[in-house]
Design a protein around this ligand. Structure first.
Ligand code: C2E
Ligand code: MG
Ligand code: MG
Ligand code: MG
Length: 294
C-alpha cells in the first residue's frame, strides 16, 4: 500500500497537508483585500552601529494579520504576492508608510546624521518601469530626503540584466536614494553588478552570521566579504545578529553596522518610538554595549 511505496507518497495525502495546500491556495485570494480591510501593518527593526550601539535607522518589514489564521509570515505570503503580481501594491504601501514614519521620527528624535529608513523592493516590482517615478512621488509627498531612503534589493534580481532593470536602476540612482544588496552571499556570484548598479552597501545574509561562533566557523568567510566590500567602497551591514559574541566578532572583522534580535526584533511603530525615546534618554549609556575585548 501507499506507505510501502515510500514516505513522501504516503504523507502527501494526510489531511494536515491537504489543509496546508488549501491554505496556500487561499493566500492569494485573501491577500487581495488585505490592505483595504486594514490587515496590513509595517513593523520596524533598528539598524545599529556596533561602534557606539546607537540606532542608525530602521528596516521596514511588512506584517499581515489574517482574520482566521492570524499572523502570516512574509516568507509565506511575499512569494505568493510576487507570483500573482500583488507585490507592487504591497511594496508601495510599505514604502509610503515607512517614509512617512521616517519623517516623523526625524522630527521627533533629531540627530546627526538623521535616521534612515530601509525598505525592501521585490525583484518583480523592480522591473516595472514606473518604480523610480513612484519612489520620487512618495519622497516628495512625504518630504523624506532621498539619501535617507535605503532600498533593499536581492542579488538574484540584478542578475536579470534586462534593459528595463538597467533603466530603473539608473533612474533610482539619479534620484539619490541608497541601494543596498539584501541577503548578500545567497545567490549570484558575479560581483560586477555591484559596481554596475552603484550599490552603496551589502547586507550579509543571516545564514552567514548564524554560524559565527567561538570555534572560528564562518570568520574567514565574513572577513573575505568585508575585504571585498572595502575594496569596492561598499558599506557592510550584518543581518540576524543574535548574540553579543557575534556582534563582537563582526566588529573585529570590520563590520560596523548590524541588525538582529540582539538589539531588537521588528516591532510596531509605537514600540520603535519608545526604543528611540529611551535611547535618547540614556544617551550617556548606549542601549547596547560591547564588552571590553582586551
Ligand atoms: P529580509 O529583508 O532579509 O529581512 C530580514 C528578516 O530577518 C526579517 O524577517 C526579520 O524579522 C528577520 N530577522 C531580523 N533579525 C533577526 C535575527 O536576529 N534572527 C532571526 N532568526 N531573524 C531575524 P521577516 O520580517 O519575516 O521577513 C522575511 C523576508 O520577507 C524579508 O527578508 C524580505 O525578503 C521579505 N519582506 C518583508 N517585508 C517585505 C516588504 O515590504 N516587501 C518585500 N518585497 N519583501 C518583504
Ligand atoms: Mg531586507
Ligand atoms: Mg535581508
Ligand atoms: Mg534575509
Amino acid at each position: 500500500h501507499a506507505k510501502a511505496r515510500g514516505r513522501g507518497r504516503y504523507e502527501i495525502f494526510t489531511p494536515q497537508l491537504l489543509e496546508q495546500a488549501a491554505t496556500l491556495l487561499n493566500i492569494e485570494l485573501d491577500l487581495r483585500g488585505a490592505q483595504a480591510r486594514g490587515e496590513l501593518a509595517v513593523h520596524y527593526q533598528p539598524v545599529v552601529s556596533l561602534l557606539d550601539g546607537k540606532f542608525i535607522g530602521f528596516e521596514a518589514l511588512l506584517r499581515w494579520t489574517h482574520p482566521v489564521h492570524g499572523a502570516v509570515s512574509p516568507t509565506a505570503f511575499i512569494p505568493v504576492a510576487e507570483e500573482s503580481g500583488l507585490i507592487a501594491e504591497l511594496d508601495r504601501f510599505v514604502l509610503r508608510t515607512a517614509c512617512l514614519q521616517a519623517v516623523q521620527w526625524q522630527r521627533d528624535y533629531p540627530r546627526q546624521p538623521p535616521l534612515t529608513m530601509s525598505v525592501n523592493v521585490s525583484g518583480r516590482h523592480l522591473q516595472s518601469l514606473d518604480l523610480a517615478e513612484h519612489v520620487a512621488t512618495v519622497l516628495s509627498e512625504t518630504g523624506l530626503a532621498p539619501h535617507h531612503l535605503k532600498l533593499e534589493l536581492t542579488e538574484g534580481v540584478l542578475a536579470a540584466e534586462s534593459d528595463d532593470l538597467r533603466r530603473t536602476m539608473s533612474a533610482l540612482k539619479a534620484l539619490g536614494v541608497q541601494l543596498h544588496i539584501d541577503d548578500f552571499g545567497m545567490g549570484y556570484s558575479n560581483l560586477a553588478y555591484l559596481q554596475r548598479f552603484h550599490a552603496n552597501a551589502i547586507k550579509i545574509d543571516r545564514s552567514f552570521i548564524n554560524v559565527l561562533g567561538s570555534d572560528g566557523e564562518g570568520v574567514d568567510l565574513i572577513a573575505s566579504i568585508v575585504g571585498m566590500a572595502r575594496s569596492m567602497h561598499l558599506s557592510v551591514v550584518a543581518e540576524g545578529v543574535e548574540t553579543q559574541e557575534q556582534a563582537q566578532l563582526l566588529l573585529q572583522l570590520g563590520c560596523e553596522v548590524a541588525q538582529g534580535f540582539l538589539f531588537s526584533r521588528p516591532v510596531p511603530a509605537p514600540d520603535a518610538g519608545v526604543l528611540l525615546a529611551s535611547e535618547i534618554m540614556t544617551a550617556a549609556q548606549p542601549a547596547f554595549q560591547l564588552q571590553d575585548s582586551a
